[in-house]
Ligand binder design. Structure first.
Ligand code: ADP
Ligand code: MG
Length: 696
């Protein structure tokens, strides 16, 4: 049934020397019977056995199994051969210590994709005389019992050949005899090939002996000529399903929980860090601006400024009448121009004087010429009257509230803040100067309109402490409101600007233009994109929302974060590869022998791959899920930090589907990179080498 023709095996050692382990071995094994390969240690017995078992390949020569040459076998043919035709019994038993007797035996069938029934297992255990130990753990067995389990494991597959490498080498004599008896009994049904250095046993039990000395056989054997048959495909039994392999891998995990947990934690941290980094490196200035406009139910009206953003900061450029006309035409809007005016301090108390920024709070951002129809259209409610003459103005609730806190003082009229009412303010004078800062002109308050200003925000100003940044966020909010809203304008009769301010010149254009903000993001985007189109580097048309005055500073920061996070993300991913790699190499280093044994039992390389990479897969899978959470949290926190720091209301960064997918992709890549290398390194070794590795 099995012929060895001129088998020669030369090992190359790491030091590049050659070891001639076998020289020209010719031999023939029949269907059944007890064969012994006898020789001293180092004579090449194991080498020959490994070649017969298809665990290793000869350097030259040929093995013919049932008329088929091994040289015509492919890798998977060897898997199938080992899986179905060969039952292996090792000197070191090589049972899987973390499985019990039942599982160890049934594994041999599972590797063929079959489930063993309890009856089948009991039957083989009975053959080797240990059916009562069926649910014992391996470490609870004696050496002799372990070897019986190993024989049972070989038998359950109903193989053609049982190969035993010094199966009694680790056993007492008495026990050894029992094992030999069992093998002898089996040789009535199977071809049993046994390796031993014990001449006595060989002589007693074997029917045929192949004597080996220094890799050569003692007796001449003439081989029967056999016709080489056409190659027939070996029957493939199904292999262990991927699911079952993963499950087995999972069983292995329990061994080292602490290491696993540490690994998951570190992995989660580095994935989270990576997720955060890819989020930070992908921001959109447009999205930030648009979101900042539409946030909070479109409170901000649509104020547009024209800026020259140069190295010396921001200079306001006037928007000419022609430009205003064109914008209104192109956008089908009804923008109106605002001209900057300054108020002479008209407050009794001056709490903000120590800080320029804050002083500007009590200055109007500009004067807007309106008529009754326009104000009605905006839906503001008016207390008092519409300006009848050119030196009458309407102030807003915003100013009314300022007076109620700071009192009123003008033309030697002083009203303390607690006495301020709307009625008292009506008719009182206020001095304004035009944007060319000429002598202030006297105006008379004729009405107070409610522009819907949120007075609660205003309170924040009073809590503001210049020495701490505690209320910076609130402060910014109010200040930006003021710069970009109907709240902080004074309203004049049409034509009043020209009539009251000598130097007012319509051709100079307006400081700002204002209209209601559209109610949906697409419409806002339309205007935003339009403004971008008509802007040039030194002539930028921008929305004055609460964010926009800060956006240039913000973008500089965001670019820096992007750069730093790029580097950090790179480090994080390299770190996680290294981490997983070392975890897996460690696992694999410990499991090399187990892998070899499984391969000897006929497990396909793929099965081994899945089984031993599963640790890494689980670690990464769990870490990935945790990292989604982790990244989202870091992004959330960072957004919060940026909002606070920059006084903005919108989320800058979004950990979205795209980032999820990138993170997933990276996790998969990391897993493959870190797992594939060590596992493939082992799988590619011949199983014989893998088994030997640990025995040493
Ligand atoms: P036995 O099983 O009879 O003790 P082996 O078949 O294990 O002998 O080894 C035969 C010879 O081949 C020995 O000299 C051994 O040192 C050598 N040998 C075995 N495996 C290797 C290997 N992987 N690389 C180099 N030499 C090896
Ligand atoms: Mg040996």
């Amino acid at each position: 049934m099995l012929q060895l023709r001129k088998i020669t095996k030369v090992y190359k050692t790491k030091q590049k020397t050659k070891v001639q382990a076998l020289t020209d071995i010719n031999y023939e094994f029949k269907e059944k019977g007890f064969y012994a390969i006898l020789g001293k240690s180092g004579s090449g017995k194991t080498t020959l056995l490994n070649i017969i078992a298809g665990l290793d390949k000869p350097t030259s020569g040929e093995v013919i199994f049932e008329g088929q040459a091994f040289s015509s076998f492919k890798g998977k043919d060897f898997d199938a051969y080992r899986n179905t035709c060969v039952g292996f019994v090792f000197q070191e038993f090589n049972l899987l210590e973390n499985l019990n007797v039942y599982k160890n035996v049934s594994l041999a069938l599972e590797l063929q994709g079959r489930k063993a029934t309890e009856a089948e297992i009991i039957e083989v255990l009975r053959k080797v005389g240990i059916e009562d130990l069926i649910y014992r753990n391996i470490y609870e067995l004696s050496g002799g019992q372990k070897q019986r389990v190993a024989i049972a494991r070989a038998l359950i597959k109903k193989p053609r050949i049982i190969i035993a490498d010094e199966p009694t080498g680790s056993l007492d004599q008495e026990i050894a005899v029992e094992i030999f008896e069992i093998l002898k009994e089996l040789s009535k049904e199977y071809l049993v090939i046994l390796v031993t250095h014990n001449e006595e046993y060989a002589e007693t039990y074997a029917e045929q002996i192949l004597h080996l000395a220094e890799g050569r056989q003692k007796e001449e054997v003439s081989l029967e000529e056999i016709e080489e048959e056409n190659r027939v495909e070996l029957e493939y039994k199904k292999s262990l399903s991927i699911f079952a392999s993963l499950k087995m891998g999972f069983t292995n995990l329990r061994i080292n929980v602490v290491r696993l947990v540490i690994c998951i934690i570190l992995s989660t941290i580095s994935f989270s860090c990576f997720g955060f980094c890819i989020t930070v490196s992908s921001y959109s200035e447009r999205e930030i601006a648009l979101n900042s406009i539409v946030v909070d139910d479109y409170i901000d009206p649509n104020v547009i400024a024209n800026w020259d953003v140069g190295e010396n900061g921001r200079n306001s450029l006037p928007i000419t009448k022609e430009k205003l006309q064109k914008i209104n035409n192109d956008l089908q809007k009804n923008y109106k121009g605002i001209s900057q005016v300054y108020a002479k301090s008209c407050f009794l108390k001056s709490v903000f004087e120590h800080n320029n920024d804050q002083l500007s709070l009590i200055n109007p951002c500009g004067g807007l010429e309106v008529n009754e129809e326009y104000l009605t259209k905006l839906g503001f409610s008016l207390y008092g009257n519409f300006p009848q003459v050119e030196d009458e103005i309407i102030i807003t609730e915003y100013y009314y509230h300022t007076f109620t806190r700071l009192g009123y003082k003008e033309d030697s009229i002083e009203i303390p803040q607690e006495k301020i009412t709307k009625d008292i303010l009506l008719g009182k004078p206020i001095y304004l100067s035009g944007f060319k800062s000429e002598n202030p002109k006297k105006f008379k308050i004729c009405g107070i309109i409610d522009t819907g200003f949120d007075v609660k925000q205003y309170d924040a100003l009073y809590r503001y402490d210049v020495n701490s940044k505690t209320y910076a966020h609130d402060f910014n909010l109010v200040q930006q409101y003021k710069n970009a809203s109907y709240h902080s304008l004074v309203y004049l009769k049409e034509g009043a600007l020209k009539a009251c301010f000598e130097h007012y010149d319509e051709t100079n254009g307006y400081t700002y233009i204002i209209d209601e903000m559209p109610k949906n993001k697409e419409k806002v985007a339309e205007i935003y994109d339009y403004l971008n189109d008509i802007s040039s580097l030194n002539n930028r048309y921008v929305f004055c929302t609460q964010l926009i005055p800060n956006i240039n500073d913000l973008i500089v920061k965001l670019k820096l974060y992007q750069f730093v996070s790029g580097i950090l993300g790179g480090i994080a991913s390299i770190f996680s590869v290294c981490l997983l790699y070392s975890l897996l190499s460690f696992t694999i280093e410990n499991k090399k022998k187990e892998m070899g044994v499984l391969r000897a039992l006929g497990a396909k390389a793929r099965t081994i791959f899945v089984m031993f990479s599963s640790e890494g897969i689980y670690v990464n899978f769990v870490s990935l899920i945790l990292a989604y959470l982790g990244s989202s949290l870091i992004v959330l926190y960072f957004n919060h930090f940026l909002k606070y720091q920059n006084g903005i209301r919108v989320e800058i960064y979004h950990f979205n589907v795209v980032q999820y997918l990138i993170l997933l992709g990276v996790a998969i890549a990391v897993t493959i990179l870190a797992i594939a290398v060590p596992v493939i390194k082992v799988v590619r070794k011949s199983p014989a080498e893998a088994i030997r590795m640990e025995i040493k």
